[in-house]
Design a protein around this ligand. Structure first.
Ligand code: ADP
Length: 464
């Protein structure tokens, strides 16, 4: 990434722009204030000088005669008018341009200040007052006269020019230093970003155990913590996926090994038909087991990919449970178990009937599988607030407390060999939980050694 495209650069540019605007505004303020003060003191000095000169008749006389000794850089001139016409100037050689409006205002009696310039282009600040001619003894017919005192503003201009130069250098120097400081500070503040990017680049799919080591309490620290949490979740997901793949291949290997061994044994030599029949029965049972496992694996794969088709409609749970009860009763009888259809009511939920049937059938099938004869399997339906609760109860082997937190995990079985003998795959409860959750419900289990287990499925009732 080039420096120009970095946040560091953009931060610094914005910071410099803001600083430049502030410094220029500040410098402008200083310039304006100083220039106003200087011109105001020049005007005050001119006013005092004017009062001095006007109060002494001899001085006015000497000005008129052109004999007055001006101070350095000062111009003093008397203008005599007849009506609006200028008829006499005390120092005709010095050309100070005065606007007619200014002259008539002065002659009218008000003293005023104005900026002007000499014929040579030198800038002047001047004050003009009308003076009392009676004492001066004017030439006959000449009435109004104006005394003009002008001083060069060169000194003020020099001071202001020096000020502009100093301020310009100060502003540029400050901006240069601020740019250096800004890049340094932005670099320091954004250093964790480099660290985050570097660690993220180093993390590979097969090594998600690494974490970003940024432990500050600021925004970047929070970002690092969020990314670390995300990497943690990814790590767990990858672990689960690896575990699932290895469990699935392991589960498929067992029936395949049995099929292979059984067929090899059968083909080794000529055998009586009853031996072949037995071998084929074993092979067929293992094939059924594999096909059921593959079916369940496909269901979970579709669930993980979110590609399941759900046919949601109104389902009368009471009716569904009674239907299932008829089938389950036969299965219980086959195993020497008694079946009880407990209390049911007509509770309606919004659901996929086939999937809900599969869920309850799996729980009932487990109850039958894990309950030795003589024992009892029962199913009931009740209402709890806005939920319908289907409870499948058995008096079977029960689940030890330490195994309960894991039984809904994929391939988790309390007694692996027992589950396999019973045709179990270890995926039934994981699928059942997925179906319950997809309906906005949940599944819970209670089990006590010696008394059996109760699986309860909670499903939200259809709002009236
Ligand atoms: P399986 O195909 O092995 O039955 P499940 O996912 O349906 O797989 O169940 C997971 C495990 O939970 C079973 O292997 C068994 O150990 C335990 N289990 C499930 N239902 C019952 C039950 N009603 N009584 C005792 N143990 C049960």
């Amino acid at each position: 990434m080039s420096f120009i495209h970095s946040i560091k650069f953009r931060f610094t540019i914005w910071y410099l722009l803001v600083l430049a605007v502030l410094l220029i505004a500040l410098s402008g303020g200083v310039y304006f204030y100083l220039s106003r003060s200087l011109y105001q003191s020049l005007d005050r000095a001119l006013a005092i000088r004017c009062t001095q000169l006007c109060s002494i008749q001899d001085i006015l006389e000497s000005i008129r005669r052109g004999e007055f000794q001006e101070q350095l850089g000062e111009i003093v001139i008397l203008y005599f008018y007849s009506g609006d016409q200028l008829v006499e100037v005390s120092a005709p050689g010095i050309g100070v341009s005065l606007s007619p409006e200014f002259v008539s205002k002065t002659i009218g009696g008000s003293s005023s200040f104005v900026s002007s310039q000499t014929a040579e282009g030198e800038r002047l600040r001047l004050v003009a007052v009308s003076i009392n001619l009676s004492t001066l003894g004017p030439p006959p017919g000449i009435q109004p006269a104006a005394l003009v005192i002008a001083r060069s503003t060169r000194q003020i201009e020099n001071i202001l020019a020096r000020l502009v130069g100093t301020l310009a250098i100060a502003v540029l120097l400050t901006l240069a230093l601020a740019a250096g400081g800004g890049i340094f500070l932005a670099g320091r503040a954004l250093k964790p970003v480099d660290k985050i990017a570097q660690t993220a680049q180093e993390i590979e799919e097969n090594d998600l155990s690494r974490r970003i080591n940024v432990n500050t309490k600021d925004e970047l620290g929070r970002l690092a913590a969020t990314l670390n949490a995300m990497i943690g979740r990814l790590e767990k997901a990858f672990q689960r996926q690896r575990q699932f793949t290895s469990d699935a291949s392991h589960e498929l290997r067992t029936p395949l090994a049995v099929i292979e061994a059984e067929s090899t044994l059968a083909l080794q030599k000529e055998r009586p038909p009853s031996d072949y029949r037995q071998s084929l029965e074993t092979i067929s049972q293992e094939a059924r087991q594999m096909s059921s496992l593959i079916e369940q694996l496909l269901t979970l794969a579709r669930a993980d990919a979110g590609k399941e088709q759900w046919n949601f409609a109104e389902v009368n749970l009471g009716k569904l449970i009674k239907d299932l009860g008829t089938d389950v009763e036969v299965l219980c009888q086959e195993k020497g178990l008694s079946f009880q259809l407990g209390q049911t009511q007509d509770l309606v939920v919004k659901g996929d009937e086939a999937r809900l049937r599969g869920l309850f059938m799996n729980l009932l099938d487990n109850a039958i599988k894990y309950t030795p004869s003589p024992g009892t399997v029962s199913v009931s339906l009740r209402r709890e607030g806005q939920m319908a609760v289907v409870a499948v109860k058995d008096t079977g082997v029960s689940i030890p407390a330490e195994n309960i937190p894991f039984i809904f995990e994929r391939f988790y079985r309390v007694d692996k060999s027992r589950s396999r003998t019973e045709g179990g795959t270890g995926l039934g409860l994981a699928i059942s939980r997925h179906i319950a959750e997809a309906h906005g419900g949940k599944i819970e289990v209670e089990s006590q050694v010696g008394t059996g287990s109760t699986f309860s499925v909670w499903l939200p009732l259809l709002s009236p």
